[in-house]
Design a protein around this ligand. Structure first.
Ligand SMILES: *Cc1c(COP(=O)(O)O)cnc(C)c1O
Length: 381
């Protein structure tokens, strides 16, 4: 084996690490919960957490969930979607699966070559008389073209769900990301920027929809007397998750600041490497730097994305090929008419180029410098 000029990292460097509060603060919170003897079902922690999130996310109404997937499944139910829903193939499996669980056919639409989000210019041609909605994803926390998508939805009377799994704290023109579309889901999974170990939230714009969501996620029960109005699900967040969320809320702003610093280092070190590109910030957006994704042009760089991914492992760096494979390539979806490669040329090209590099607040600037040095070394070898 060829001798590496740069030493590998002594400990494995993963793509992310969960943001964790001080253990003594957790113990204090748990003591409060133990004293109350209420560990789930809309307890005190849950109430406080929801109230704080309304402020932080600049979201009118929201409802907490035990994970993002149940939240997404509930969203299509609440909006009474059926038939076909137009979505992106460049996402995590939970996006199309949430439709399939509701007997809705996902219709894959190609993505924009820059934002890697659903291409609003291609949505209209995917609409049929069975289409009831659009499930768009703010991939990696980068906002979709929300105004173009809203215009199409208005024109055809479609509902919009945004899978904003990665978009905690993102704003478009000073407006919280959850204010676009009919319902927005943010995931609080441990791999996301902000988390409650497992968890998620649905954001909506009116009280009636929130009340409906709250009943739906509570097994369809409004209260002790009113039971079984809807075929609900148990999607409730428990007190321990909510307490963890409250503690992590105190840390997340600082984490975002550190991430921004690290992203600036990545960008300045990688900007002149031929064959490597990444997204630039657009005016009017508040980003959260949930992920740092590079794109590799194999011809210009001289090595493929898969090769870089494997080489990084030799240095103890574990990157990820999110979101590869495309959902339209899954055995369960690949025979759908919309999964035809001719329908998704951009997604098929992009998915072979993307690589997510390690990014989390605890990573040091030196670590990021070294991850960049390794990439530069790979190009020169
Ligand atoms: C993480 C993620 C989800 C699912 O969230 P969970 O909380 O893990 O169920 C859905 N969509 C996307 C794009 C995600 O990244």
């Amino acid at each position: 084996m060829k001798k590496l000029r740069i030493d590998s990292f002594p400990e494995p460097v993963y793509i992310t690490r969960p943001l964790l509060p001080n253990m003594s603060h957790v113990v204090k919170k748990l003591e409060d919960i133990w004293k109350s003897r209420q560990i789930t079902n809309n307890g005190l922690q849950h109430k406080i957490f929801e109230e704080r999130l309304v402020d932080i996310l600049k979201a009118p109404y929201l409802s907490l969930f035990n994970n993002g997937t149940t939240a997404l499944m509930t969203a299509s139910r609440v909006l009474k979607l059926s038939g076909e829903v137009i979505t992106t193939p460049f996402t995590f499996s939970a996006t199309p699966h949430s439709l399939t669980w509701n007997h809705i056919e996902p219709v894959f639409c190609d993505i924009d070559p820059v934002t890697m989000n659903i291409d609003a210019n291609k949505i209209e041609s995917a609409i049929t008389n069975r289409t009831t909605g659009i499930l768009a994803v703010h991939a990696f926390g980068i906002p979709c073209d929300v105004s173009a998508i809203q215009e199409i939805a208005n024109k055809y009377g479609l509902k919009i769900i945004y899978d904003a799994a990665h978009a905690f704290g993102v704003e478009v023109n000073g407006v919280g990301i959850g204010n676009y579309g009919d319902i927005t889901m943010i995931s609080f999974h441990a791999t996301k920027l902000f988390h409650t170990a497992e968890g998620g939230v649905l954001i909506c714009s009116d009280k009636d929809t929130k009340d409906y969501i709250d009943i739906f996620k509570n097994s369809g029960m409004k209260n002790e007397e009113n039971i079984g109005m809807f075929p609900g699900i148990n999607g409730k967040m428990n007190e321990i998750q909510a307490a963890l969320g409250l503690l992590i809320l105190d840390l997340v702003e600082e984490d975002m600041r550190k991430r921004k610093e690290l992203v600036d280092v990545y960008r300045s070190r990688l900007k002149d490497i031929e064959g490597i590109s990444f997204q630039k910030d657009m005016i009017g957006m508040r980003y959260n730097n949930a992920c740092f994704v590079i794109r590799i042009d194999e011809e210009k760089f001289g090595k493929s994305r898969d090769c870089i991914y494997s080489e990084y492992k030799k240095y103890n760096v574990f990157t990820r090929k999110y979101y590869s494979p495309l959902c339209s390539e899954y055995p369960h979806y690949r025979n759908l008419p919309s999964s035809d490669h001719r329908n998704l040329p951009v997604a098929i090209k992009v998915v072979k180029q993307v690589l997510s590099l390690p990014l989390y607040g605890e990573l040091s600037i030196d670590d990021v410098e070294k991850i960049c040095d390794i990439l530069i070394e790979m190009r020169n070898v």
